[in-house]
Write a protein that binds this ligand. Structure first.
Ligand code: UDP
Length: 242
């Protein structure tokens, strides 16, 4: 008998920068942003509280500047990456609000006049009022990624699950975009992810989730309805638990 579906009360949805542009493109393309907005607005109608952590890889990743061949210090590049996530956040905010969904953008790097500062208790208040909060600028510190920010926010905001939206169907035995024989896992443990070196989220994010038993679901957000399904607690993609 299949397990009953338990609707989470509060979720963190991590969307990478790749969600903001079409395949093989870079930057922000509004049709891609509107797609995310439509899917997340529909999911929020269910009553589950949603905090969205955004990536910025469609614009810039700090690690591109590691070689020492540029005049930009790597930490500067990481700050540029964090600012990229703010741009995505502003685009998503307007797209969501144009659909009638109330939102707040909250930034980990103070940016008065652009967005509110991230303050945990204020974030919880917005969620209680039914607003989608869009969390940008990652953790506010360089040398980590927005996956780590998502794990961090999931823990501090007492989310029931961290939903990692990707452009593939979940976690596979190998990269499904390169290996046609790659098999999709339904379920995994944190230990299996680490032992098999499966590319789910960065190590720091997995470790944090493992330490505090925060479930992670990896799923394909390009499929219409999948964000709604994942937010509803349905069995889509790969579920990672202890
Ligand atoms: N970043 C950072 N600290 C953080 C989050 C992000 O320095 O807490 C920088 C980092 O350089 C990262 C970039 O911002 O590469 C964009 O974020 P990320 O690569 O996670 O975006 P995604 O791959 O999810 O689109």
């Amino acid at each position: 008998m299949s397990e009953p579906v338990v609707r989470p009360k509060r979720v963190i949805l991590k969307i990478s920068g790749e969600g903001f542009c079409n395949a093989k493109a870079r930057g922000i393309q509004m049709d891609a942003v509107v797609h995310i907005a439509e899917q997340t607005a529909a999911a929020a109608k269910s009553g589950t509280q949603m905090a969205i952590v955004l990536g910025g890889g469609n614009i810039l990743r700090g690690a591109q500047f590691t070689s020492g061949a540029t005049h930009i210090h790597e930490s500067t590049a990481h700050y540029m990456g964090m600012i990229a996530t703010v741009m995505n956040g502003l685009a998503l905010q307007d797209a969501l609000e144009s659909l009638g969904q109330e939102t707040r953008v909250m930034t980990a790097i103070k940016m008065d006049g652009v967005a509110e500062a991230y303050i945990r208790r204020r974030a919880l208040r917005h969620l209680d009022k039914g607003r989608i909060i869009i969390l940008v600028a990652g953790t506010g510190s360089p040398f980590v990624t927005t996956d780590t920010a998502a794990a961090q926010r999931a823990l501090e905001l007492d989310a029931d699950i961290l939903l990692k939206a990707t452009r593939v169907d979940g976690v596979f035995t190998a990269d499904p975009e390169k290996d046609p024989n790659a098999k999709l896992y339904d379920r995994l443990t944190y230990a299996e992810v680490r032992q098999q070196n499966l590319r789910v989220m960065d190590q720091e994010a997995i470790s944090k989730c493992m330490e505090y038993a925060m479930p992670i679901r990896v799923f394909n957000f390009k499929v219409d309805g999948n964000i709604e399904r994942a937010v509803a607690g349905e069995d889509v993609g790969t579920l990672i638990t202890k």
